[in-house]
Each structure stands twice: as structure tokens, then as C-alpha cells.
Design a protein around this ligand. Sequence first.
Ligand code: AN0
Ligand code: CP
Length: 317
Amino acid sequence: MKNFTTVHDIGPLDLAVKEALEVKANRFAFTDLGRNKTLLMIFFNSSLRTRLSTQKAAMNLGMNIMVLDVNQGAWKLETERGVIMDGDKAEHLLEAIPVMGSYCDIIGVRSFAGLKDKAEDYEERVINQFIKYSGRPVFSMEAATRHPLQSFADLITIEEYKTKQRPKVVMTWAPHPKALPQAVPNSFAEWMNATDYDFVITHPHGYELAPEFVGKAKVEYDQRKALEGADFVYAKNWSAYADPNYGKVLSTDRGWMVDAEKMALTDNAFFMHCLPVRRNMIVSDDVIESERSIVIPEAANREISAQVVIKRLLESL
Ligand code: AN0
Ligand code: CP
């Protein structure tokens, strides 16, 4: 694997999940693979899980790790070419990227959507510049349109917990006070569409995702109807994608929160969320604390998805 930014980079999902379960059963089997190799993790945005799980995965593989929080202590970076740099940005990404590449063997990048310019976000300008100019394999730690390490961990978790060959997985929009990217729902949809699960997306009108991510998923605007018979409920907020409201919060309707009454419509479903989650906005306390909530094992699987991805990148160095 040369880079990892989408489901398409990982090959057949059954093999990826098999490798993940092997790694999980014996996470220190490949400590020689990363010896004297350096991972550089670059964060343009905050993180708890991605930061820790990816670092742990790289340590399991015997790597050295450097972490750069671009907005804390590094020079402010200009990302547009052609700009007269007379403002507060002291360095251009076009120098910073190859310099960073010169100090490491593999680069992980977190760079969220700006939610101002749809074309710029959906072109994945930042991570694509890392791929083009760093000279190193690059993996996404959540880019503008996708969060594939999260979706891979979600898939591993569903495979571990499912009791039916073809479970019903429902991704539901839920309210949040601030505008969030579409990366997590886009990516989850992309990975679910690559399985044979019964996959349903439910959201209020106006929150339609990009058609290339919705794919063959069923879209049901009635949340209660969508949840009927679900085996997994995957809650997530996202801001609007459709013009002219790109990046906007259209609704904070708490009627869309996942609570016990909603979960009662399902087939005793497991509750999932990528975290961080705002309690009593997205999900009620009792649901996230219930024994059907698998948010903690889901987060724990981030170490495993990252380890498979970094292992494969190391193997093709
Ligand atoms: C981010 C998002 O929704 O994309 C990161 C989730 C992993 N969430 C927040 O900013 C709250
Ligand atoms: N789920 C996830 O990526 O969490 P962080 O934003 O804390 O890394």
C-alpha cells in the first residue's frame, strides 16, 4: 500500500479484517518491521483517540514517533500558492512538506474540512499536497472528506459484534451545536457500501451527503422507521453538504437525539459513535452507558486499524 486515504487503498475488506484480528491477537509480532523507521504525525486539528491510538500502533511496530501540532509552536502555514505572504503566515506548505518528509519515513496527516469552500474541501487539497510533495507514504488521520482509520475500526467492531451474517446498520444524523465536517459519515458510508450489510442512512431534509458517498445506501428521512429492526445504530452529526448551505448547521432539533425510546425500535441494537460525543445532544446518558453501547471497544479498535495500515505502509517501503 503506497498511501491510505480511502477504502479503495486497502484492498479486499475480508482480508483487511482478517489481518486486523490477527494483529489484535498478537500486536507485538512485528516489532522488527518498524525498527529505525520514523513516523511523523502532523495535526492541523485537535485529537485524543487518533493521536494516542496511532502512536501506540506505531510503537507496537517498533517505530520511532514524532508528533507536530501545527497550530502550537510551528510557524503558521500558508496553503495557497500565489499569495503575497505579507500577513501572519511565516512559512508556505510547499517548503514545509518536503522538509517534514526529509525527517521521516511515513507521514500521518489530520486536516479537517474548512467548511467554507466546498470545492477546496472536496479536492482534498491539503492531504494531496502531502502526497505530492513529501516523497513519503501518507495516511489520513481524518482529512477533509474522509476518516478511513475510523471507518476501518468501525468495520472491525461490527464484524466482532455482529450475530447475523448480514446485519442492518443504520447511520443516523443527530444534533450538535457547532458545524462539523462530513468526513466521518462520508467515510463510514463508503466503507459500509463496500460490505454486503443492509445499510441505511437517516437524516433531516437538507442534510443529504454527496451522492458518491451515499452510493447504494438506502436513505430514509423518517428516523423511527429507519431504526426499525436495526442491529447497529451509528450516530453522528454533520453539517450540510448541499448548496447553498454547505458547512452550515440547519437544525439542532433534539428530537433526533438517540435515546432509549429510539433504541427500543431496534432489534436490541448496539450503539456506536466515533467519539468525541456530546451527551444529551447526540445520545442520552442512559444509552451511551448501556450494555449495548460499544463506543469504548470501537475506540480501542483504532489502535488495530492504525496498526494494519502502518504495517502495510512499512511493508511497501
Ligand atoms: C470531528 C468531526 O466530526 O469530524 C472529529 C471526529 C472524529 N468532531 C469534532 O470536531 C467534535
Ligand atoms: N474518533 C476520533 O478520531 O477521535 P479524535 O478526534 O479524538 O482523534
